[in-house]
Design a protein around this ligand. Structure first.
Ligand SMILES: [Zn+2]
Length: 342
């Protein structure tokens, strides 16, 4: 039995279409996951518009932010049963012998392959998932929210794992996309005062961050806000903008001995001096992906309601309407689009 899937079939811009694909065969260590909901990620959009900087294994089913029910189990899978409600981590293929994997940082194994670019992802009815990727989703947490565990884990790692916010810190977030808004929400949970920065066109998304997460919205220049307290700058800057040049703003905004977490990707080279970073004795920290303990913590935050992702959900579309869902997010009309298999 075939199912409709959103397939990225070639490296050229716009090479995404609906294709009918067979139900995947699972191995002994895998489960077959019946997808309930799958979030559209900025990286899905990047592969669609062909301005991504990572290798893609064409043709590939898009989608790595997903949850659903276990439909079948491989014969070595223990601790799970058919019908269990789950979300899946993104590291679909890892090398168990890699030294990073051996210390629990399999997300940083350079040979890691993720859903939606390395192996078939979840924008379809059934996806093959290694059982080690699974996390339990309590009944009280809807799949529309649970499928956003992944971007919340990205934010958790950028703000908490790769930062050290103290209550009362001033934090500037550059870029009001999904990751930026979730980083801002996470910094608020840590007790920080948070400003989120975007352009005129981002007004709607900045308003969502203001009204739902208590952030100060700023169009363009965050300098006055960052320097308002003692004239030295923000304790932490989170660069979630997805263009390289914002790093210059981050370095200008951060206070001496402060911290910059860079979580946004941007493939363009930079054309400015990093001397101010040296002079400020500031830390510049890259932040990539997440691992098992982060997932457990984020699911707990979503379940308790401490972290509420409902305000960023701009709508739920059937798989066959992927184009509208992608387009709305691409234009910034919604923060996050969610798909549902049909
Ligand atoms: Zn993502």
């Amino acid at each position: 039995m075939n199912s409709a899937a959103v397939v990225n079939f070639a490296p050229e811009k716009g090479s995404v279409e609906i294709r009918e694909i067979p139900r995947p065969e699972i191995g002994n260590e895998d489960v077959l996951l019946e997808v309930a909901n799958v979030g559209v990620c900025g990286s899905d959009l990047h592969q669609w518009t062909a301005d991504h900087s990572w290798p893609v294994n064409y043709p590939v089913v898009l989608g790595h932010e997903f949850g659903g029910h276990i439909a079948a189990l491989g014969k070595n899978v223990k601790g799970w049963k058919e019908g269990d409600r789950v979300v899946s981590e993104t590291a679909a293929v890892i090398d168990k012998e890699n030294p990073m994997t051996k210390q629990g940082l399999y997300n940083l194994d350079p040979t890691r392959k993720g859903f939606g670019y390395g192996v078939n992802g979840a924008m379809t009815r059934y996806v093959k998932v290694p059982a080690r990727c699974l996390h339990n989703v309590p009944n009280s947490l809807s799949f529309e929210q649970a499928c956003l565990t992944e971007p919340c884990c990205v934010a958790f790692n950028a703000v908490v794992g790769n930062g050290n916010i103290k209550p009362g810190d001033r934090v500037v977030v550059l870029g009001p996309g999904t990751i930026g808004i979730l980083c801002a929400a996470m910094a608020r949970l840590c007790g920080a005062e948070v400003a989120i920065v975007g352009l005129e066109a981002d007004k709607g998304r900045l308003k969502i961050a203001e009204e739902n997460y208590g952030c100060t919205p700023i169009i363009k220049d965050a300098t006055p806000w960052a320097f308002e307290r003692d004239g030295l700058g923000a304790d932490m800057v989170i660069d979630a903008a997805g263009v390289s040049i914002t790093l210059k703003n981050a370095i200008n905004l951060v206070r001496p001995n402060g911290h910059i977490s860079k979580v946004g990707w941007g493939k363009d080279p930079l054309g400015f001096s990093l001397d101010p970073l040296v002079q400020k004795n500031a830390t510049l920290q890259g932040s990539f992906s997440h691992n098992w303990p982060i997932w457990e913590r984020v699911i707990a935050l979503l379940t308790s309601g401490a972290l509420n992702v409902k305000p960023i959900i701009g709508g739920v579309w059937g798989i066959e309407d992927w184009h509208e869902a992608f387009e709305k997010m691409h234009k910034g009309e919604v923060v996050k689009s969610i798909l549902k298999p049909v």
